[in-house]
Design a protein. Structure first.
Length: 293
């Protein structure tokens, strides 16, 4: 079942490309036609590519890995922040911090610095500082929060990058390719898709276009997270059953040993009774014998 359809993408304006004079020939396979000097994207291919990307994102989420969303252009900022936060994934919507992936330990230090400032503010360590020093620290904290607050939970490199506008985020894509991180991207007709692992040909300027694509992809991620949760619950239940079975096994063994010991003792008690019964029957037989004579 397709996650989107032709009419839905058409209504969102996903088919509008750039002017013909701005096009990139590498996008020719995804262009349906030209109208009034503007390239029209083949939405049938867009539907197929969205499904392909969504399935891959679902598997990444199911395996417990993170997808980093990147969109610093004005039109896509709010949408990306909302959709990524809804599935608990990190995102970058301000300026891309150079070396964020290739120099990840340094970025983590900056995030830890932000956490340290928070702790010192909470325990009252900064209460003895002057107003000027406190203002400087507060401003530094606000700047770190603006640039890195959305990736505070990213403790290791992401397993995939999801980019809106390939040309604008070319630095992020280069870093990802250098580290072998797969890249998912909404690619317009003016962009080069050669460095993109999962190309989604569509309009990357319209809010509705970005919204409909991100909705489909984030729904797939949510499905992957739910399946992971269900699998963990099943594994936990299986582990508990195995533990209960392991505890019950010695009890059953002890019970079986008791029953065996009772069964061994039973014939010893009954043997004298059988001998007494035979002795009682013997005199009666002797008394009857003369009578027969």
């Amino acid at each position: 079942m397709a996650r989107t359809n032709f009419d839905q993408l058409l209504e969102a304006g996903c088919h509008f490309g750039h002017l013909r004079r701005k096009w990139n020939p590498a996008m020719a396979p995804y262009i349906f036609m030209e109208r009034n000097g503007i390239h029209i994207i083949d939405l049938h291919k867009t539907v197929a590519k969205i499904d392909e990307a969504a399935d891959a994102l679902k598997q990444i989420a199911k395996s417990g890995k993170k997808v980093l969303f990147v969109a610093t252009k004005k039109q896509a900022k709010e949408i990306v922040a909302e959709k990524a936060a809804s599935v608990n994934m990190p995102y970058v919507i301000e300026r891309w911090p150079g070396g964020m992936l290739t120099n990840f330990p340094t970025i983590r230090k900056a995030v830890k610095k932000m956490t340290t400032i928070d702790k010192l503010m909470e325990d009252g360590t900064f209460s003895n500082l002057s107003k000027r020093e406190l203002l400087q620290i507060t401003r530094q904290r606000a700047k770190l929060e603006k640039n890195l607050g959305s990736i505070a939970d990213l403790t290791r490199l992401p397993s995939a990058l999801f980019v809106i506008d390939v040309m604008k985020e070319h630095i992020a894509i280069k870093e990802a390719k250098r580290l072998g991180i797969p890249v998912f991207a909404v690619v317009d007709t003016n962009s080069d898709p050669k460095d993109i692992d999962f190309v989604i040909p569509a309009n990357d300027d319209a809010k509705d276009s970005v919204d409909v694509i991100l909705t489909a992809c984030c729904n797939a991620i949510a499905e992957g997270l739910e399946e992971r949760k269900a699998e963990k619950a099943d594994e936990k239940a299986a582990a508990e059953q195995a533990e209960e079975a392991a505890e019950a096994k010695p009890k059953r063994a002890r019970k079986a040993r008791k029953e065996e010991s009772k069964a061994e003792e039973a014939p010893v008690e009954e043997a004298p009774k059988a001998e007494e019964a035979a002795a009682e029957e013997a005199p009666e037989a002797e008394e009857e014998a003369p009578a027969a004579e």
